[in-house]
Design a protein around this ligand. Structure first.
Ligand SMILES: NC(=O)c1ccc[n+]([C@@H]2O[C@H](COP(=O)([O-])OP(=O)(O)OC[C@H]3O[C@@H](n4cnc5c(N)ncnc54)[C@H](O)[C@@H]3O)[C@@H](O)[C@H]2O)c1
Length: 358
């Protein structure tokens, strides 16, 4: 557990207000309106789901990349079909959210006709929380696979240097009356964003998340960032991270094998790769039958006999859905320090500041 202050004590901001605020900062940094809308929507989606590590607090680092000229705020990704079901998106060094949005929309459209759509994205940037891409597919009653690579943070099993990314693997499937299935997980014990968040909030981290530069367990987020993240499940987490690099980096023509740039390093383009697949669930049965089978699976999982001390069993993605429902009503909590860092970005471009509204 981190020593994070309970959310109840933090000021809350309505998601619409945060969206408009972030959109204003983006437009002030020469991001076209449509692109700003997409980026703001994806970042706020993360905060709504409680993935605060990959939400609007990323704005200062993204804007620094824009200011340093290593991320092109005006670039529009370009899609080229390779076969009827396969396409490649050249992100053209735009925000990762734009290339990934183009990819999932195309994959879904193609899957409606052919049952499956696969899009590889190259020359992209960080796209934050993978789950927003699964959510887009679910809105169209589609299953999805969402892979990305990322900058070196994790040693391979047996190694000690940062080589692979803490690259999330995500997938989703729609359901009927129950919650959709969304698995979205980094292959490390914890996402590196959780360490940045602890640093931002002056908090300690659990000792099993990372090693310092001398290979010792540490609860200090700054020391952890100088060291390495620990893969989950030893060789299995390390292999999943390599898998993200194979599908997202090697296949796409983007950077791989340790050459993706950290989103907090504004010295050169990131060259991130993604791999996005949409699958039509009603290929072998009706959509109603598929959804009712998903509902059955959900009920069996959450109704499973509980281990000692467990009050409730959650389905993958369910904690996030519950949190989103609560935050849509009560607003998103941010620390005053986080709000101030965002307001500094607003001031730089003369955009409206974020003030508490509830
Ligand atoms: N773009 C990038 O480069 C990048 C890199 C790393 C992480 N991320 C993002 O960081 C986020 C956090 O990743 P993480 O690995 O820390 O996630 P996490 O450990 O919080 O959750 C991982 C998965 O486990 C499920 N889960 C968690 N607790 C559960 C419980 N008690 N019962 C049942 N299911 C449960 C969640 O619904 C989720 O699907 C993700 O959204 C990921 O996409 C992005």
């Amino acid at each position: 557990m981190t020593t994070e202050a309970p959310n109840a004590t933090l000021p809350r901001f309505s998601h619409n207000r945060v969206h408009d605020f972030v959109r204003g900062i983006l437009i002030g940094n020469n991001v076209p309106e449509d692109s700003a809308e997409t980026v703001a929507r994806c970042l706020v989606a993360a905060d709504l789901r409680g993935i605060d590590t990959h939400g609007v607090n990323r704005i200062p680092s993204y804007m620094e990349r824009v200011r340093q000229g290593v991320l092109d705020p005006r670039a529009i990704p370009e899609l080229t079909a390779a076969t009827p079901v396969v396409a490649q998106v050249d992100g053209k060094n735009s925000f990762g959210f734009l290339g990934a949005t183009m990819a999932i929309h195309h994959a879904v459209e193609v899957a409606k006709t052919y049952g499956i759509g696969m899009v590889s994205v190259k020359h992209s940037n960080h796209f934050g929380m993978s789950a927003w891409i699964c959510q887009r597919a679910i809105e169209s009653d589609m299953m999805s696979l969402v892979f990305t690579n990322s900058s070196p943070a994790l040693p391979v099993f047996g190694g000690k240097e940062k080589l692979m990314g803490v690259s999330p693997i995500a997938c989703g499937a729609p359901a009927g009356s129950t919650k959709p299935f969304i698995l979205d997980m980094a292959p490390s014990v914890a996402a590196r964003g959780k360490i940045y968040k602890a640093k931002r909030r002056d908090e300690k981290i659990p000792l099993d998340w990372a090693l310092d530069k001398d290979g010792r367990p540490t609860d200090d987020p700054s020391a952890a960032l100088e060291g390495v993240m620990l893969p989950m499940g030893g060789p299995k987490g390390s292999a999943l991270s390599i898998m993200m690099d194979v599908f997202s980096g090697v296949l796409s023509g983007s950077a791989f094998a340790g050459w993706v740039t950290n989103p907090y390093d504004p010295s050169r383009p990131a060259n991130v790769g993604h791999f996005i697949v949409a699958i039509k669930p009603d290929l072998f049965m009706s959509l109603e039958e598929f959804k009712s089978r998903m509902d059955y699976l959900y009920q069996k999982v959450v109704g499973s006999e509980k281990a000692a001390g467990v009050e409730r069993i959650y389905y993958p993605g369910e904690i996030e859905v519950d949190r989103e429902e609560e935050r849509r009503i009560n607003g998103i909590p941010y620390t005053l320090g986080e709000v101030e860092a965002l307001n500094v970005e607003a001031d730089k471009v003369g955009a409206a500041r974020l003030e508490p509204d509830m």
